[in-house]
Every structure is written in structure tokens, then in C-alpha cells.
Design a protein around this ligand. Structure first.
Ligand code: GDP
Ligand code: MG
Length: 163
């Protein structure tokens, strides 16, 4: 079995968009409204000279799409039980919101390597934002844009050593 890289983060940060971008095709549902109920979504991707199974955990098995806490709890459970690496995603345009802090707090208990990534850095100017993410305890996030397809190499280079 390949090591599983689980994408974790509060709803709407772009987990499914990142998943589809790295997968190179549209597998996971991208939804402008938070939370979509569906089964486990995963695909094999190449990272450097290795392979791993990328998993989009958001909204998985969640019945009530407005129950954000249940979604986060579920993601953390998947991370604990299945992930080799957690890809923790935040939204650079929103900055730190309380649910990001909650996810960060839970991730510290997971005991798996975390690659911290800030999505929606669509332009260089937006990419300069996000200094406050440091206080979540995972350092300065790697800037990417799933929409503009920016930062893929930097992201994969961060995942490779912890795979
Ligand atoms: P998820 O709930 O974390 O899976 O987030 P989604 O992938 O469903 O995306 C939520 C919203 O953010 C959608 O409207 C996406 O089009 C948008 N989005 C995702 N990635 C980016 C990005 O890199 N830049 C911008 N501007 N929007 C994005
Ligand atoms: Mg999603």
C-alpha cells in the first residue's frame, strides 16, 4: 500500500480544488458552498521519484453539511487512522479564522508530519499576505493557488522528504 497524504482543513479553503489540480483531473467536487457529502476520494499521484495516495477528506461521510465541527472531527480521525502525511490547508485571503485554530490544535495531537499550505495565493501580491499563519504552530505556509496552478513544485518538494 502507498503512503496516504490526507488533505485537511476547514470547509472552503480549496481542498477539493487542490486535490483535483494535483491529480491532474477533476475527481473531487468543488463547491462554492461549504460541505458536500460523499465517499472517500483518493488518487495516486507522483511526488518526485515516489508515489503516494492523495486523499481529499473534506465533507466525507458528513450528513449535515452545516456541521463544521463534525467535518473537522472526521478529517482528524481519517488523518490519525490512515495518513502518513497531513497536508494542512488554509486560505491566505481569509487569514486565520477560529476554525483554522481548531484544526491546528487537533492536528498537533495527530503525531503525523504536517505540510502547511496556504491556498488562493493567486497573485504575487496576495502571496505576500499570511504572516499571521505562523501562530498556528506549523511555521510559514507554502503559498499555492489551485485555481491559477501556482506553487505545485514547492509543495511536492515539501511533501517528498516526509513521505
Ligand atoms: P473545500 O471545501 O476545501 O474542498 O474547497 P473547494 O475546493 O470546494 O473550493 C471552495 C471555493 O474556493 C470554490 O469556489 C473554489 O473555486 C475556490 N477556490 C479554490 N482554490 C482557489 C484558488 O486557488 N484561488 C481562488 N481564488 N479560489 C479558489
Ligand atoms: Mg471539498
Amino acid at each position: 500500500p502507498l503512503p496516504i497524504v490526507a488533505i485537511v482543513g476547514r470547509p472552503n479553503v480549496g481542498k477539493s480544488s487542490l486535490f483535483n489540480w494535483l491529480a491532474g483531473r477533476r475527481i473531487s467536487i468543488v463547491d462554492p458552498t461549504a460541505g458536500v457529502t460523499r465517499d472517500r476520494v483518493s488518487t495516486v499521484i507522483e511526488v518526485g521519484d515516489r508515489f503516494c495516495e492523495l486523499m481529499d477528506t473534506g465533507g466525507m461521510g458528513i450528513q449535515d453539511k452545516d456541521d463544521l465541527t463534525a467535518d473537522v472531527e472526521n478529517q482528524i480521525r481519517v488523518a490519525i487512522e490512515q495518513a502518513a502525511v497531513v497536508l494542512y490547508l488554509v486560505d491566505i485571503r481569509d487569514g486565520v479564522v477560529p476554525l483554522d485554530e481548531e484544526v491546528a490544535r487537533r492536528l498537533r495531537t495527530v503525531g503525523k508530519p504536517v505540510v502547511f499550505v496556504a491556498n488562493k495565493a493567486d497573485t504575487d501580491r496576495i502571496g505576500t499576505l499570511g504572516g499571521e499563519f505562523n501562530r498556528l504552530g506549523f511555521g510559514d505556509p507554502i503559498r499555492v493557488s489551485a485555481e491559477q496552478k501556482l506553487g505545485r513544485q514547492e509543495l511536492l518538494e515539501a511533501v517528498l522528504p516526509v513521505l
